[in-house]
Design a protein around this ligand. Structure first.
Ligand code: ZN
Length: 284
């Protein structure tokens, strides 16, 4: 009996230990959300990012993917690009492929269960091959648009690359493609929503963490910078400025705090939130 008592105490101790601390924190209780800065450009023209910004203003620019972890899932939101030449002309410094930075969180690419692609631009959809087990979530309208936008005669056009579109479409044959029309719950607590004039089928992500953090919104390129949201200035690239202003209200309403409506490229994200691994911050 005494041996059993000791064994029970050990089991209880182990259970408490694994429920308590370290890297596992949040896994049982809810989701943890991370931003991964995989590249950085020190100086881009602000007029390309913010509607009606002065022509002589420059701003730094970060390149991100995001990961949501918890409840037995690893959800990667966007993949970054696969080689720095893809971003020629953007003055990129300090490029590290996303799979390498995921290693800082102890995540191997094959552990990614779900891959959400917000839109088909090369810096969001350019390196999806390493995630061999992940189910892909993309808007049907985005993939349809991409298929028409590039072809063998014109393999690169306006930030969309034929190889990316082909690769993502090929996942259908592997039974790993989930085409979304509008809104969908990817897993319990993580939803995608179509919206914004950046590309025809751009989607943003809502993460109801189930922790004290509340709801995190990954706005992707609906907003490049916090400034787009706070100053109510749409991005310079959008085809629907009025629609984007309405969407900004929705993004800010959905996020539990204003700083948790996360823009797609703002270097401030790296300063506002705690760094938990090299070039990785936790959005909490
Ligand atoms: Zn984009």
């Amino acid at each position: 009996m005494r041996d059993l008592g000791i064994a029970a105490a050990v089991v209880v101790g182990l259970t408490l230990a694994s429920a308590c601390c370290g890297d596992k924190r949040g896994d049982e209780a809810g989701y943890r959300v991370f931003a991964i800065e995989y590249a950085h450009s020190p100086k881009l023209r602000a007029s390309g990012l913010v509607h009606e910004a002065p022509k002589d203003r420059f701003t730094p620019f970060s390149w991100y993917a995001w990961v949501v972890r918890g409840k037995g899932r690893v959800v990667l939101v966007d993949t970054g690009f696969d080689e720095v030449g893809a971003a020629k002309g953007f003055g990129v410094e300090r490029f590290t492929p996303v799979p390498e930075l995921l290693g800082g969180l102890g995540i191997r690419p094959e552990q990614v269960t779900d891959l959400i692609i917000t839109h088909l631009h090369f810096d969001h959809a350019g390196n999806a091959a390493p995630y061999t087990k992940a189910k892909l979530w993309i808007q049907r309208a985005e993939l349809d648009w991409g298929r028409k936008r590039v072809d063998a005669k014109r393999p690169r056009r306006g930030g969309v690359r034929l190889e990316d579109v082909r690769f993502l479409a090929s996942l259908e044959g592997a039974g790993r493609l989930s085409l979304v029309d509008g809104d969908a719950e990817v897993v319990e607590g993580i939803s995608v929503h179509r919206g914004g004039g950046h590309t025809p089928g751009l989607q943003w992500v809502e993460v109801r963490t189930g922790t004290a953090t509340g709801t995190v919104v990954l706005a992707a390129d609906n907003a490049y910078l916090y400034e787009n949201l706070s100053e109510r200035r749409p991005t310079a690239s959008t085809r629907d400025k009025e629609g984007d202003l309405l969407l900004f209200d929705e993004l800010l309403r959905t996020a539990s705090r204003r700083d948790l409506a996360i823009p797609g490229h703002d270097p401030k994200v790296m300063r506002e939130f705690p760094e938990v691994a090299p070039f990785v911050v936790e959005l909490r």
